[in-house]
Design a protein around this ligand. Structure first.
Ligand SMILES: [Zn+2]
Length: 257
C-alpha cells in the first residue's frame, strides 16, 4: 500500500469517528444537553446505555443491521449517513493532497464545516463560537506558509463574511448571520480565491437542490432550508477541485494549495 493510500485510509477512519462524535455533540447542543462528562449515549427508544461495541462508527450499524440490540428499534439512518459522508469526504481530501500542510488544512476546514452543518441541521442554528473558533488552528497551520499565507487567510475570512453580509442585507431573509460567520471561519482556512469559488459552487449546488425539491414538491416555496450544508458542499468541492478549476484560467489558488 502506498503512503498516500495509507494516509487516505487513516483520514477516512478519523472522519468516521469524528462524524459520529460531531453528530452526537450537535444533537445534544440543539437539545441543551451537555455532551461532556458522564452522560453516555443511549438508545433513543428504550434508553439502553450503549456499550463500546455499539458505538463503533459505521461497523456497529452494519453488524446490528440498523437496529437496537435490546428493543429492535431502528437506529436513525442519519447517523450512518453522517459517518459515511465524513469518512468519504476526509478520505478523498487526504487522497487528493497527500500527507502535508495542504491536507492538514483541508481536513481542518472540512471537519469544522461538517460540525457547523450538523448544528444547522439539528437546530437551524450556527453557533458563532464554533463557526469562528476554527480560525485559530487555521491561522496556526497557515503560519507555516509565512506572512502571505496568513494574509490570504485574513482576506478569505473578510470576503466570506462580506459576500454573505451583502446578500443578507439585500434579500432580508433566507440567509442568516450564522452563515456569514460560517463563511468567515472557513474563508480563513481556504484563502480568498478558494473562498470565492466555494461561495459560487455552494450557491449553485443549493440552487439546483432547492429547484429539484420544489419540482418534486418535497418543499413549499417558503420552506426554510438550512444553508450551511450547501456552503459546506461548495467549500468541499473547492478544496477538492478548486486548484484544477482555477488553473483553467491560469490562476493559482495560493499557499498551500
Ligand atoms: Zn433500544
Amino acid at each position: 500500500m502506498t503512503l498516500n493510500a495509507l494516509f487516505a485510509l487513516f483520514s477516512a477512519l478519523l472522519g468516521a469517528a469524528l462524524g459520529s462524535f460531531f453528530d452526537a455533540v450537535a444533537e445534544r447542543s440543539a437539545q441543551d444537553r451537555s455532551w461532556w462528562g458522564r452522560e453516555r449515549s443511549r438508545c433513543p427508544s428504550c434508553g439502553k446505555e450503549l456499550g463500546p461495541g455499539e458505538l463503533v462508527p459505521i461497523v456497529s450499524f452494519l453488524v446490528q443491521k440498523g437496529r437496537c440490540r435490546r428493543c429492535d428499534a431502528p437506529i436513525p439512518k442519519r447517523s450512518l449517513a453522517v459517518e459515511v459522508i465524513c469518512a468519504v469526504g476526509a478520505g478523498l481530501l487526504a487522497w487528493r493532497w497527500g500527507p502535508g500542510w495542504a491536507a492538514l488544512l483541508a481536513l481542518a476546514v472540512f471537519f469544522s464545516l461538517a460540525f457547523n452543518s450538523l448544528t444547522d441541521i439539528h437546530s437551524g442554528y450556527i453557533y458563532d463560537v464554533t463557526a469562528l473558533l476554527p480560525i485559530l488552528p487555521f491561522a496556526l497551520l497557515r503560519s507555516a506558509g509565512g506572512l502571505p499565507a496568513l494574509f490570504d487567510g485574513a482576506v478569505g475570512a473578510l470576503l466570506g463574511f462580506a459576500v454573505v453580509a451583502v446578500i443578507i442585507t439585500a434579500s432580508r431573509g433566507g440567509m442568516g448571520w450564522g452563515d456569514a460567520m460560517l463563511m468567515a471561519g472557513c474563508g480563513a482556512g481556504l484563502g480568498w480565491r478558494l473562498t470565492g469559488l466555494a461561495l459560487y459552487l455552494g450557491f449553485m449546488v443549493g440552487g439546483i437542490v432547492a429547484l429539484a425539491l420544489l419540482v418534486l414538491r418535497k418543499v413549499e416555496r417558503k420552506t426554510a432550508l438550512p444553508l450551511a450544508p450547501f456552503l459546506a458542499v461548495g467549500a468541499f468541492l473547492a478544496l477538492l477541485l478548486g486548484p484544477s478549476i482555477l488553473s483553467y484560467w491560469r490562476w493559482g489558488a495560493g499557499w498551500p494549495w
